[in-house]
Design a protein around this ligand. Structure first.
Ligand code: 5CA
Length: 438
């Protein structure tokens, strides 16, 4: 993509009303624009990052055995009345009426709708287990939307729902999702720590939040530092390994403030291992058994012919919140530093002097060669050298390929690593070899 043809409305000034760095940087890099309170337009650069994250989340769901579908954003109030949450959910739920005066709502989550689906299709133990997921916009009329897409009204969520015959199988599904979350956040370049948590309006008695440590986070957390050294194996057999791996991760007393008990913390975590910090909740998993299946009559016949409510759980990831969380975790004073996996472009190509025809020709040639093999943003504008370099640092593409007047006689280019700032000089010929072969 040529920068002259792209739509990247960057800002030089730090926007005054943005309090946290991710919000500031998302506005400065032209990723988002506020449409109204808590509702954002995803401009092309922001949209591209969002789609990258969404795809990684999707792939790891599928790897763990979940199946994708798509439920509508608008739901009928009837199912919510049956589950009892129509009244309980309160003012956060956006309620509307259609032209026939029927009560409808913009879904803040989908337990009711998916449970209704399960009641129609999963009647025998032979159809289970199943984990279904979708990636869909949600609406919650937050009292105080803040920090840009971090806490907003309309946001993109990946929500999965598990259906099992027995509690034991249900816990296995919970563990599979737990493990797939560890994997997902690792691929996104994040250290997200699972913590025992309150289940709130979703319900149930087993719940974990996945929290990215950041001073700007909304949750206060109490950590056993040893959990920070935990790793997950590259190859996972979800059926066989989930319980074992999850039990290792949940051994540590690591909780959000809702669950914090000073005595337990001090007796279970040695002083040298205690860490009190703040964090951003990027995912939340719940196991609630028959909380929704019972009132919505989602029953299954087990092997012995006994009919009973399906066991289920739900598993959310804040896909749009993740964009901000990644920036909170990965930036410096110059701007964003995208992990390779989520950057919309693999390379930035910078032609430092657009008046030097020979240089422009060389850059154009490099651009053409690279374009077919990777995603590249080519600064072909006539901006000043400083402006160009600052803009590329701001938007955070992992590798910058820089060519100036001297590149002509030296037949070389500079490869700058955005994260470390290290610059490597390479001959144009050697560099292009990478893009010659498949
Ligand atoms: N039904 C369950 C899981 S499928 C559920 O709704 N869980 S949740 O309420 O915890 O939301 C899941 C994730 O969505 C959260 O972990 C958070 O990352 C994200 N999220 C929740 N509210 C907001 C919001 N107002 N703005 C941005 N992201 C949000």
């Amino acid at each position: 993509m040529r920068l002259t043809e792209y739509f990247l409305p960057t800002l030089k000034e730090v926007p005054k009303d943005a309090e946290i760095v991710s919000h500031q940087l998302m506005l400065r890099t032209g990723m988002i624009r506020q449409s109204s309170s808590g509702i954002y337009i995803w401009l092309p650069f922001g949209h591209a990052v969002l789609k990258k994250i969404e795809q990684i989340v999707r792939e790891e769901q599928v790897n763990a055995g979940a199946i994708e579908l798509l439920m509508p954003t608008i739901q009928s109030a009837d199912l919510w009345k049956k589950s009892g949450r129509y009244d309980d959910y309160g003012a956060e739920m956006l309620r509307m009426k259609d032209r026939h005066n029927r009560e409808i709502l913009y879904g803040p989550t989908n337990e009711e709708q998916i449970t209704d689906i399960s009641s129609h299709y999963f009647k025998s133990y032979k159809s289970l287990p199943k984990i279904l997921f979708h990636i869909q916009w949600k609406f919650r009329d937050e009292v105080r939307p803040r920090f840009g897409v971090m806490r907003c009204k309309e946001f993109l969520m990946k929500d999965s729902y598990s259906f099992d015959v027995t509690e034991e199988d249900g816990k296995l599904s919970y563990n599979k999702m737990f493990l797939s979350y560890l994997k997902t956040f690792q691929r996104l370049g994040l250290k997200a720590i699972p913590m025992a948590a309150e289940s709130g309006p979703i319900g149930g008695n087993l719940s974990h939040e996945f929290i990215v440590l950041a001073n700007t986070g909304e949750s206060k957390v109490y950590i056993d530092k040893r959990i920070l050294d935990m790793n997950i194996p590259d190859e996972i057999d979800y059926q066989k390994d989930s319980e074992n791996i999850v039990s290792k991760w949940t051994e540590f007393y690591t909780v959000t403030d809702d669950m914090y008990e000073q005595d337990s913390y001090e007796s279970k975590v040695e002083e040298k291992n205690r860490l009190e910090m703040r964090g951003i909740e990027v995912g939340h998993v719940f196991y609630f058994g028959d909380k929704y299946t019972k009132p919505l009559n989602a029953n299954v016949q087990d092997k012995d012919g006994v009919t009973k409510p399906i066991q289920s759980g739900s598993y959310g990831i804040g896909v749009s919140r993740l964009v901000a969380a990644i920036i909170e975790a990965s930036h410096d004073d110059k701007g964003i530093i995208w992990p390779k996996s989520v950057s919309p472009f693999d390379y930035a190509l910078i032609c430092l002097n657009s008046k030097n025809e020979e240089l422009v020709e060389l850059c154009d040639m490099i651009y053409k060669k690279m374009k077919s093999k990777c995603a590249i943003l080519y600064d072909d504008t006539s901006s000043s050298i400083g402006e160009k370099l600052n803009k590329m640092d701001l938007i955070g593409i992992p590798k910058q390929i820089i060519l100036g007047n001297k590149s002509i006689e030296r037949k070389s280019l500079e490869i700058k690593d955005r994260k470390t700032g290290t610059v490597e000089v390479q001959s144009v010929e050697a560099f292009l070899e990478i893009f010659e072969n498949d």
